[in-house]
Ligand binder design. Structure first.
Ligand code: FAD
Length: 480
């Protein structure tokens, strides 16, 4: 076995690993090894590259060219090792990297685990091949509780997690006519739109009682209308029972003929290396607010780590790319001797489907209920400009308030926000409510958030005050 050493070992070439590398170089750390096991890409944009809606040049345009990288140092390639870390020894501070040419053992002073997450598929008959081809990609998916090479998936089964998936789905969209997308979260909706844009007939299947699980049921009616207007059928409360060559069968007995099935049914963190080495793990790798793991010289960032939820302090898996990048900055600053911390996280989701924008921040009422948190929801209609202005668009906002007594939150604390808005981006609202929820604010604190009005930009009605007055009235009724 070949032996080498480095000052900083970074495992994973996703956003967390790449930003860790970029920051480390900026901070003057030069002796770095960045281990990557698949071609790096701009992962969030991949559905839009398959559909061509935002990326007309297709998936190729989203590849990160390490020979001539745009946002990384020009000589990045000298530090890149292609392979898979298969073992991490904490005491010796060594990692074993499996490459096609053999294994390499590398000794490090500090390490950052940025191993991300893999697609998760429910344990359905027929999703894997009888005989898997040789796995060249070295990446995995999880089916039920089993981690399998991605190349073991049946020929008509797809996931969307990286460059390889975007290329195979791109080929699928060129050749085929009909697709079933399983899962109606952000990625499921984005893939349904992408395949529709490529001219395919699309059916969406959701196991839960209603579509778009990050929104409460009453917020989803306009989403269903929009999908129906494109002839996209949505089947809810239903699970895929079996995948076969010509299609799928459902647990209600129905059979659907389809050319391919795209599972957008969630992800699981890649924590096998961390677990195997004895680092502290639960849902994900446990880190403190400096992103340090249970070992003083090993940090972890991105989808592989769990954080504390801003609203409640409960452990959560945020699975958010922008957060992975922030975490990478914090980890590297601490490694470089510049103390930095990251506050607890508030999980958000934001997407758009056929120009209907959907945002969810923190807890929905339904998810809170499943976790035993008592809530009250307040929903208000919203128009982006006054009625006399035809450019105005309609939408709906909702805040979720905690009403029970708990050590984790205050009564009246805003723990969730949802928005559905036609044609215009609700980005500013989502960002504002991430802050409100992370800072454990109650409805009364909404006074401290300014509402700016100009006729060109918005309606004169102050929605924050509207929400606040309805919430106060409802809370006082509840307390009587
Ligand atoms: C289709 C899609 C759309 C998304 N849209 C958004 C969005 O709009 N906004 C947003 O903020 N987030 C979005 N996300 C989430 C975002 O992409 C993730 O949060 C982000 O990729 C996490 O970065 P990461 O570096 O932690 O993990 P990953 O991107 O998963 O990268 C980890 C890498 O490490 C590799 N690896 C794992 N184990 C090993 C090992 N042992 N040895 C070597 N390499 C290893 C993995 O194979 C992978 O290449 C989206 C995700 C997807 C899939």
């Amino acid at each position: 076995m070949i032996h080498s050493s480095c000052a900083l070992l970074i495992i994973g070439g996703g956003p967390g690993g790449r930003v860790s590398y970029m920051m480390a170089r900026k901070m003057g750390i030069d002796d770095i090894t960045l281990v990557i096991n698949e071609d790096p890409t701009v992962i969030c944009s991949l559905p839009y590259s398959v559909g061509r809606r935002l990326v007309p040049a297709g998936p190729e345009a989203e590849m990160v060219n390490l020979q001539n990288p745009e946002r990384l140092p020009a000589d990045t390639l000298k530090d890149v090792v292609r392979g898979n870390v298969i073992d991490l020894e904490l005491e010796k501070k060594t990692a074993t990297i499996r490459q096609s040419s053999g294994d390499v053992e590398i000794t490090f002073k500090k390490a950052i685990l940025a191993t991300g997450a893999m697609s998760w598929i429910p344990p359905v008959n027929g999703v894997t091949r009888e005989e898997a081809p040789l796995d060249k990609s070295l990446t995995w998916v999880m089916v039920g509780k089993d981690i399998i090479p991605r190349s073991s998936l049946a020929e008509n089964v797809y996931v969307m997690r990286g460059a390889e998936d975007s290329f195979s789905l791109d080929r699928f969209a060129s050749d085929k006519r009909k697709a079933v997308v399983v899962g109606t979260g952000a990625i499921g909706l984005e893939m349904a739109e992408a395949l529709y844009d490529r001219g395919l007939e699309v059916i969406l299947i959701e196991a839960l009682p209603h579509a778009v699980p990050f929104l409460d049921n009453e917020m989803t009616a306009t989403v269903l209308e929009r999908l129906e207007s494109k002839n996209i059928k949505v089947i809810t409360d239903t699970q895929v029972r079996e995948v076969f060559r010509e299609g799928i069968s459902l647990n209600n007995g129905e059979k659907i003929h389809t050319d391919g099935i795209i599972f957008a049914t969630g992800v699981k963190p890649n924590i096998a290396i961390a677990e195997g080495s004895g680092l502290g793990t639960e849902k994900g790798i446990i880190v403190d607010e400096t992103m340090r793991t249970s070992h003083p010289d090993i940090y972890a960032v991105g989808d592989a780590v769990q954080l504390l939820d801003g609203a409640t302090g409960f452990p959560v898996l945020p699975l958010i790319g922008t957060l992975a990048m922030r975490q990478a900055m914090v980890a590297v600053m601490n490694i470089a001797g510049m103390p930095a911390t990251l506050p607890p996280a508030t999980v958000w989701g934001l997407t758009a489907v056929f120009d209907l924008h959907l945002g969810g921040v923190g807890w929905s009422e339904e998810i809170a209920l499943r976790s035993g948190i008592e809530t009250m929801g307040i929903t208000i209609p919203y128009r982006t400009r006054e009625e006399a202005m035809p450019e105005g668009h309609h939408g709906t906002w909702k805040i979720v308030l905690a009403t029970g007594i708990s050590d984790s939150f205050r009564p009246g604390q805003i723990i969730g926000f949802q928005v559905v808005l036609d044609h215009e981006s609700p980005l500013f609202l989502v960002e504002r409510f991430i802050d409100i929820i992370s800072r454990k604010e109650t409805v009364n604190d909404l006074f401290g958030h300014y509402f700016v009005h100009s006729p060109y930009h918005n309606d004169i009605m102050d929605p924050y005050m509207n929400l606040m007055s309805i919430a106060q009235e409802s809370m006082s009724k509840l307390q009587k």
